[in-house]
Design a protein around this ligand. Structure first.
Ligand code: FES
Length: 358
């Protein structure tokens, strides 16, 4: 193949002449018509199918295959092969610690492999080329359009996609699996609703009907323990109940004359002058436990949300938008003394708001 270098020779070609050129000749002529002169161009493997070329091709395919496997592994891990829910130390499956490093590492590996594979393909298999470019303005005529088409076809032929089926397949696998990753992460996160399956735990705490209510040291809490206006942080009386992140509950004894304007259906959740609210702030989950007796307000120290206990812990200031859930209280007699028990679990999810909250 030879194309005369000169002052934009491609511009002097007619459409008929341009149509006679091979794709590579058209690409070079087109480049020259645009003021780009290819001063050096050489195939990396002038003889196709040599051992060296096959070796390069296999190496690149192996890199793409690793990218494919990493993307598939990401999807498998994300879809539940590794637990993601936090567990108390020493209790339950601790493998949740590997979830985030694994999905981060696998996604990084997959992206890196596809990137490295593409770079190696360009470096090892595409023709070597050096070009010098002039610049020009203006629209392209038909001849130039044909030459550009030739340029694109030549580039495609240089890629060797038609005869490099192994590379085509492995790149397709890696790229396809990688393309699925954002889809799985985005769509999967919407399908995996927190009120279904394992996520149902978002709506429950360890409290259940008849469960003793205890202090952090395990002692049972009784109605005679607090002075009017007093508060205590209490927990479900089961092993590990004190450490359960959903369990901290604030027991409040109202002052004489104070009453709580209860939510509909929760009119009998108090016991005498005692009420109990979740201590987990409904804004971002900090412990809301600064009780101001005088105003009956419960303050969260993190972002200054305030909850009016007498309005059933309704948020009256700050970023929280939802009332603190209320625990239904009852008492039982043990050895002639009254102790608090839960009448049931919280009727709604405790803590920060999330979508699909009832
Ligand atoms: S966590 Fe309580 S106000 Fe933000």
């Amino acid at each position: 193949m030879s194309v005369t270098h000169g002052a934009h020779p491609g511009e002097s070609l007619s459409a008929e002449e341009a149509a006679q050129l091979s794709p590579e000749e058209a690409m070079i002529a087109g480049a020259e018509a645009d003021g780009i002169y290819i001063v050096h161009r050489r195939e990396r493997f002038p003889i196709a199918g040599t051992k060296a070329e096959k070796r390069a091709e296999r190496t690149i395919a192996a890199v793409f295959m690793v990218g494919f496997l990493a993307a598939v592994a990401f999807i498998v891990v994300f879809c539940g092969a590794v637990p993601f829910e936090w567990q108390l130390p020493g209790v339950g499956n601790q493998n949740y610690r590997f979830f985030t490093p694994l999905i981060g590492g696998l996604l990084g590996l997959s992206l890196a492999c596809v990137g490295i594979g593409v770079i190696l393909w360009a470096k090892w298999l595409l023709p070597e080329e050096e070009a010098v470019q002039d610049r020009h303005d203006g629209a392209s005529d038909l001849t130039e359009q044909i030459l550009v088409a030739g340029t694109l076809v030549s580039g495609y032929q240089d890629l060797g996609l038609a005869r490099r089926s192994m590379l085509k397949t492995t790149l397709g696998l890696a790229g396809g699996a990688l393309g699925l990753v954002p889809l799985v992460a985005l769509v999967g996160a919407m399908i995996k609703k927190p009120n279904r399956g394992e996520g149902q735990s978002l709506f429950h705490t360890p409290f259940e009907p008849g469960m003793p209510i205890v202090y952090a040291d395990g002692r049972r809490v009784g109605p005679g323990d607090l002075l009017p206006g007093g508060i205590a942080t209490v927990f479900p009386g089961i092993p590990g109940g004190v450490k359960d992140p959903d369990a901290p509950t604030l027991l409040i004894r109202l002052k004489p004359g104070e009453t709580v304007k209860a939510r509909k259906g929760q009119e009998n959740y108090h016991w005498g002058d005692y009420v109990a609210f979740s201590k987990i702030c409904t804004h971002a989950g900090c412990p809301a436990s600064l009780y101001e007796q005088k105003t009956g307000r419960l303050l969260c120290p993190c972002h200054q949300s305030q909850f009016d206990v007498l309005q059933d812990a309704k948020p009256v200031f700050g970023p929280a938008t939802r009332s603190l859930p209320k625990l239904p209280l009852d008492v039982e007699m043990v050895d002639g003394r009254q102790y608090f028990v839960a009448k049931g679990d919280y009727p709604e999810a405790i803590g920060p708001s999330f979508w699909e909250r009832p």
